[in-house]
Design a binder for this molecule. Structure first.
Ligand code: ADP
Ligand code: MG
Length: 261
Protein backbone atom coordinates (compact mmCIF):
# COMPACT_ATOMS: atom_id res chain seq x y z
CA UNK A 1 0.00 0.00 0.00
CA UNK A 2 1.20 3.49 -0.69
CA UNK A 3 1.81 6.12 1.95
CA UNK A 4 -1.01 8.14 0.38
CA UNK A 5 -3.51 5.31 0.67
CA UNK A 6 -6.52 6.12 2.52
CA UNK A 7 -9.78 7.79 2.99
CA UNK A 8 -12.57 5.88 1.41
CA UNK A 9 -12.07 5.75 -2.34
CA UNK A 10 -11.15 2.09 -2.27
CA UNK A 11 -13.61 -0.64 -1.73
CA UNK A 12 -11.63 -1.92 1.24
CA UNK A 13 -11.08 0.71 3.88
CA UNK A 14 -7.49 1.48 4.75
CA UNK A 15 -6.15 3.08 7.88
CA UNK A 16 -4.30 6.33 8.55
CA UNK A 17 -4.82 8.64 5.61
CA UNK A 18 -1.59 10.60 5.38
CA UNK A 19 -1.91 14.38 5.29
CA UNK A 20 -0.82 15.60 1.91
CA UNK A 21 -1.91 17.40 -1.21
CA UNK A 22 -5.57 17.29 -2.22
CA UNK A 23 -4.57 16.32 -5.75
CA UNK A 24 -1.32 14.52 -6.48
CA UNK A 25 -0.30 13.45 -9.96
CA UNK A 26 2.87 11.38 -10.31
CA UNK A 27 4.53 10.61 -13.62
CA UNK A 28 1.20 10.55 -15.43
CA UNK A 29 1.28 9.22 -18.98
CA UNK A 30 -1.58 8.87 -21.40
CA UNK A 31 -1.48 7.55 -24.94
CA UNK A 32 -4.25 7.20 -27.47
CA UNK A 33 -2.85 4.54 -29.78
CA UNK A 34 0.47 5.90 -31.05
CA UNK A 35 -0.31 9.39 -29.83
CA UNK A 36 1.63 9.89 -26.59
CA UNK A 37 -0.41 12.80 -25.24
CA UNK A 38 0.72 13.09 -21.60
CA UNK A 39 4.43 12.50 -21.19
CA UNK A 40 5.15 12.36 -17.49
CA UNK A 41 3.10 14.94 -15.60
CA UNK A 42 3.94 15.63 -11.95
CA UNK A 43 1.62 17.99 -10.13
CA UNK A 44 0.57 18.70 -6.54
CA UNK A 45 -2.41 20.81 -5.56
CA UNK A 46 -2.97 21.67 -1.92
CA UNK A 47 -6.34 21.92 -0.28
CA UNK A 48 -7.92 25.28 -1.09
CA UNK A 49 -5.46 26.02 -3.86
CA UNK A 50 -6.60 27.36 -7.24
CA UNK A 51 -4.43 26.17 -10.11
CA UNK A 52 -4.98 27.44 -13.64
CA UNK A 53 -3.68 25.27 -16.47
CA UNK A 54 -2.83 27.13 -19.66
CA UNK A 55 -1.28 26.04 -22.92
CA UNK A 56 -1.87 25.66 -26.63
CA UNK A 57 -4.68 23.63 -28.11
CA UNK A 58 -3.75 19.94 -28.26
CA UNK A 59 -1.16 20.17 -25.47
CA UNK A 60 -3.08 17.70 -23.29
CA UNK A 61 -4.89 19.98 -20.82
CA UNK A 62 -8.29 18.29 -21.16
CA UNK A 63 -6.72 14.85 -21.08
CA UNK A 64 -4.96 15.76 -17.83
CA UNK A 65 -8.23 16.92 -16.22
CA UNK A 66 -10.04 13.84 -17.49
CA UNK A 67 -7.37 11.58 -15.98
CA UNK A 68 -7.85 13.32 -12.62
CA UNK A 69 -11.43 12.07 -12.43
CA UNK A 70 -10.94 8.87 -14.41
CA UNK A 71 -12.97 9.92 -17.42
CA UNK A 72 -9.78 8.71 -19.09
CA UNK A 73 -7.77 5.79 -17.78
CA UNK A 74 -4.11 6.82 -17.44
CA UNK A 75 -1.59 4.70 -19.36
CA UNK A 76 0.98 5.07 -16.59
CA UNK A 77 1.69 6.86 -13.35
CA UNK A 78 -0.51 7.51 -10.34
CA UNK A 79 -3.23 9.97 -9.37
CA UNK A 80 -4.36 10.63 -5.79
CA UNK A 81 -7.30 12.72 -4.63
CA UNK A 82 -7.76 13.43 -0.94
CA UNK A 83 -4.97 10.98 -0.18
CA UNK A 84 -6.58 8.03 -1.97
CA UNK A 85 -5.15 6.52 -5.11
CA UNK A 86 -7.55 6.71 -8.04
CA UNK A 87 -5.26 4.61 -10.17
CA UNK A 88 -5.32 1.74 -7.68
CA UNK A 89 -6.93 -1.34 -9.23
CA UNK A 90 -9.44 -1.63 -6.37
CA UNK A 91 -10.65 1.95 -6.60
CA UNK A 92 -14.38 2.54 -6.28
CA UNK A 93 -14.90 4.76 -9.30
CA UNK A 94 -18.30 6.02 -8.16
CA UNK A 95 -16.83 7.12 -4.84
CA UNK A 96 -14.15 9.01 -6.75
CA UNK A 97 -16.65 10.83 -8.90
CA UNK A 98 -18.69 11.87 -5.86
CA UNK A 99 -15.70 13.76 -4.55
CA UNK A 100 -14.75 15.53 -7.76
CA UNK A 101 -17.01 18.01 -9.53
CA UNK A 102 -16.39 18.67 -13.20
CA UNK A 103 -17.58 21.49 -15.43
CA UNK A 104 -17.07 21.33 -19.19
CA UNK A 105 -17.03 23.83 -21.99
CA UNK A 106 -20.37 22.42 -23.14
CA UNK A 107 -22.81 22.64 -20.27
CA UNK A 108 -24.35 19.18 -20.79
CA UNK A 109 -27.62 19.99 -19.05
CA UNK A 110 -30.56 17.64 -19.55
CA UNK A 111 -32.78 19.61 -21.97
CA UNK A 112 -36.00 17.89 -20.97
CA UNK A 113 -35.58 18.65 -17.25
CA UNK A 114 -36.12 21.90 -15.36
CA UNK A 115 -33.18 23.58 -13.68
CA UNK A 116 -34.17 22.17 -10.29
CA UNK A 117 -34.57 18.69 -11.76
CA UNK A 118 -31.15 18.99 -13.41
CA UNK A 119 -29.64 19.59 -9.98
CA UNK A 120 -31.77 17.02 -8.16
CA UNK A 121 -31.36 14.04 -10.50
CA UNK A 122 -27.67 13.26 -9.88
CA UNK A 123 -28.12 13.77 -6.15
CA UNK A 124 -30.94 11.25 -6.13
CA UNK A 125 -29.26 8.74 -8.45
CA UNK A 126 -25.71 8.92 -7.12
CA UNK A 127 -26.13 10.00 -3.49
CA UNK A 128 -29.54 8.43 -2.88
CA UNK A 129 -31.06 11.63 -1.52
CA UNK A 130 -34.84 11.76 -1.38
CA UNK A 131 -36.77 14.27 -3.43
CA UNK A 132 -37.21 16.79 -0.63
CA UNK A 133 -33.55 16.77 0.40
CA UNK A 134 -32.34 16.97 -3.19
CA UNK A 135 -34.71 19.88 -3.81
CA UNK A 136 -33.40 21.74 -0.77
CA UNK A 137 -29.78 21.31 -1.81
CA UNK A 138 -30.71 22.32 -5.36
CA UNK A 139 -32.30 25.53 -4.08
CA UNK A 140 -29.29 26.37 -1.91
CA UNK A 141 -26.90 25.96 -4.79
CA UNK A 142 -29.00 27.88 -7.28
CA UNK A 143 -28.98 30.70 -4.75
CA UNK A 144 -25.17 30.48 -4.58
CA UNK A 145 -24.80 30.98 -8.32
CA UNK A 146 -27.42 33.73 -8.40
CA UNK A 147 -30.12 31.76 -10.22
CA UNK A 148 -32.74 31.12 -7.55
CA UNK A 149 -35.33 32.71 -9.83
CA UNK A 150 -34.66 30.18 -12.61
CA UNK A 151 -35.52 27.07 -10.58
CA UNK A 152 -38.46 26.13 -12.78
CA UNK A 153 -36.99 27.23 -16.09
CA UNK A 154 -35.81 24.81 -18.78
CA UNK A 155 -32.24 25.04 -20.10
CA UNK A 156 -33.24 26.24 -23.57
CA UNK A 157 -34.78 29.39 -22.07
CA UNK A 158 -31.51 30.38 -20.39
CA UNK A 159 -28.47 32.19 -21.76
CA UNK A 160 -25.24 30.25 -22.16
CA UNK A 161 -23.82 31.95 -19.09
CA UNK A 162 -26.87 31.01 -17.03
CA UNK A 163 -26.68 27.42 -18.29
CA UNK A 164 -23.05 27.21 -17.28
CA UNK A 165 -23.90 28.56 -13.80
CA UNK A 166 -26.57 25.84 -13.55
CA UNK A 167 -23.93 23.27 -14.51
CA UNK A 168 -21.65 24.62 -11.77
CA UNK A 169 -24.52 24.52 -9.24
CA UNK A 170 -25.28 20.94 -10.30
CA UNK A 171 -21.68 19.93 -9.58
CA UNK A 172 -21.68 21.80 -6.25
CA UNK A 173 -24.91 20.11 -5.16
CA UNK A 174 -22.96 16.85 -4.99
CA UNK A 175 -20.73 18.34 -2.27
CA UNK A 176 -17.40 17.83 -4.06
CA UNK A 177 -14.01 18.29 -2.38
CA UNK A 178 -12.44 19.38 -5.63
CA UNK A 179 -13.76 21.17 -8.71
CA UNK A 180 -12.29 20.71 -12.17
CA UNK A 181 -13.14 23.22 -14.89
CA UNK A 182 -12.32 22.62 -18.55
CA UNK A 183 -12.52 25.92 -20.43
CA UNK A 184 -15.83 26.78 -18.77
CA UNK A 185 -16.22 30.10 -20.56
CA UNK A 186 -14.92 29.21 -24.02
CA UNK A 187 -18.35 28.54 -25.51
CA UNK A 188 -19.86 31.77 -24.17
CA UNK A 189 -20.51 35.08 -25.83
CA UNK A 190 -18.02 37.58 -24.38
CA UNK A 191 -20.65 39.52 -22.43
CA UNK A 192 -21.66 36.35 -20.54
CA UNK A 193 -18.18 35.31 -19.45
CA UNK A 194 -17.99 37.66 -16.46
CA UNK A 195 -20.91 36.14 -14.54
CA UNK A 196 -19.43 32.65 -14.79
CA UNK A 197 -15.98 33.84 -13.74
CA UNK A 198 -17.58 35.68 -10.80
CA UNK A 199 -19.10 32.42 -9.55
CA UNK A 200 -15.73 30.68 -9.90
CA UNK A 201 -14.06 33.53 -8.03
CA UNK A 202 -16.60 33.14 -5.22
CA UNK A 203 -15.79 29.43 -4.97
CA UNK A 204 -12.09 30.22 -4.85
CA UNK A 205 -12.72 32.73 -2.06
CA UNK A 206 -14.69 30.09 -0.16
CA UNK A 207 -11.63 27.84 -0.19
CA UNK A 208 -12.62 25.31 -2.85
CA UNK A 209 -9.73 23.34 -4.32
CA UNK A 210 -9.88 24.09 -8.04
CA UNK A 211 -8.08 23.06 -11.19
CA UNK A 212 -9.10 25.34 -14.05
CA UNK A 213 -8.12 24.98 -17.70
CA UNK A 214 -8.68 28.43 -19.13
CA UNK A 215 -7.65 30.97 -21.72
CA UNK A 216 -8.86 33.80 -19.45
CA UNK A 217 -5.49 35.24 -18.53
CA UNK A 218 -6.96 38.01 -16.35
CA UNK A 219 -8.82 35.38 -14.31
CA UNK A 220 -5.64 33.31 -13.98
CA UNK A 221 -3.68 36.39 -12.98
CA UNK A 222 -6.18 37.51 -10.35
CA UNK A 223 -7.54 34.26 -8.93
CA UNK A 224 -4.95 31.52 -9.40
CA UNK A 225 -2.51 30.72 -6.64
CA UNK A 226 -0.44 28.98 -9.27
CA UNK A 227 -0.36 28.82 -13.05
CA UNK A 228 0.79 25.71 -14.90
CA UNK A 229 1.89 26.07 -18.52
CA UNK A 230 1.63 22.86 -20.55
CA UNK A 231 2.96 22.22 -24.02
CA UNK A 232 3.15 18.96 -25.92
CA UNK A 233 2.17 16.78 -22.96
CA UNK A 234 4.59 18.15 -20.40
CA UNK A 235 4.54 20.92 -17.80
CA UNK A 236 7.00 23.46 -19.15
CA UNK A 237 6.79 25.80 -16.17
CA UNK A 238 4.65 26.55 -13.17
CA UNK A 239 4.57 29.17 -10.47
CA UNK A 240 2.69 32.23 -9.22
CA UNK A 241 0.78 34.04 -11.98
CA UNK A 242 3.02 37.08 -11.68
CA UNK A 243 5.93 34.88 -12.70
CA UNK A 244 4.44 32.51 -15.27
CA UNK A 245 2.22 35.10 -16.97
CA UNK A 246 4.05 38.25 -15.94
CA UNK A 247 7.64 37.13 -16.39
CA UNK A 248 7.83 33.69 -18.04
CA UNK A 249 11.18 31.94 -17.99
CA UNK A 250 10.71 29.71 -21.02
CA UNK A 251 10.58 30.65 -24.65
CA UNK A 252 7.62 28.33 -25.27
CA UNK A 253 5.62 30.09 -22.55
CA UNK A 254 6.51 33.52 -23.96
CA UNK A 255 5.52 32.40 -27.43
CA UNK A 256 2.14 31.12 -26.20
CA UNK A 257 1.42 34.23 -24.14
CA UNK A 258 2.30 36.49 -27.03
CA UNK A 259 -0.54 34.88 -28.96
CA UNK A 260 -3.21 34.95 -26.24
CA UNK A 261 -2.55 38.20 -24.38
P1 ADP B 1 -6.10 20.35 -25.08
O1 ADP B 1 -7.22 20.21 -24.10
O2 ADP B 1 -4.85 20.92 -24.47
O3 ADP B 1 -6.50 21.10 -26.30
P2 ADP B 1 -6.47 17.49 -25.43
O4 ADP B 1 -6.13 16.89 -24.12
O5 ADP B 1 -7.90 17.65 -25.75
O6 ADP B 1 -5.69 18.89 -25.56
O7 ADP B 1 -5.84 16.66 -26.60
C1 ADP B 1 -4.47 16.32 -26.65
C2 ADP B 1 -4.26 15.30 -27.73
O8 ADP B 1 -4.93 14.11 -27.42
C3 ADP B 1 -4.76 15.73 -29.10
O9 ADP B 1 -3.84 15.29 -30.05
C4 ADP B 1 -6.07 14.97 -29.23
O10 ADP B 1 -6.35 14.69 -30.57
C5 ADP B 1 -5.78 13.69 -28.46
N1 ADP B 1 -6.99 13.10 -27.86
C6 ADP B 1 -7.70 13.65 -26.84
N2 ADP B 1 -8.73 12.86 -26.50
C7 ADP B 1 -8.67 11.78 -27.33
C8 ADP B 1 -9.45 10.58 -27.47
N3 ADP B 1 -10.51 10.35 -26.69
N4 ADP B 1 -9.09 9.70 -28.44
C9 ADP B 1 -8.01 9.92 -29.22
N5 ADP B 1 -7.22 11.02 -29.12
C10 ADP B 1 -7.54 11.94 -28.20
MG1 MG C 1 -9.13 20.97 -24.10
Amino acid sequence: MSEHGGSGLRKETTADPAPGPEILVEQLHKSFGDNHVLRGIDLEIRQGEVVCVIGPSGSGKSTLLRCVNLLEQPSGGRVFVGGSELTHPDVDIDAVRRRIGMVFQQFNLFPHLSVTENLALPQRRVLGRDKAAAGRVAAENLERVGLADKAKAFPASLSGGQQQRVAIARALAMGPEVMLFDEPTSALDPELVGDVLAVMRMLADEGMTMMVVTHEMSFAREVADRVVFMDDGVIVEEGPPAEVIGNPRHERTRHFLARVL
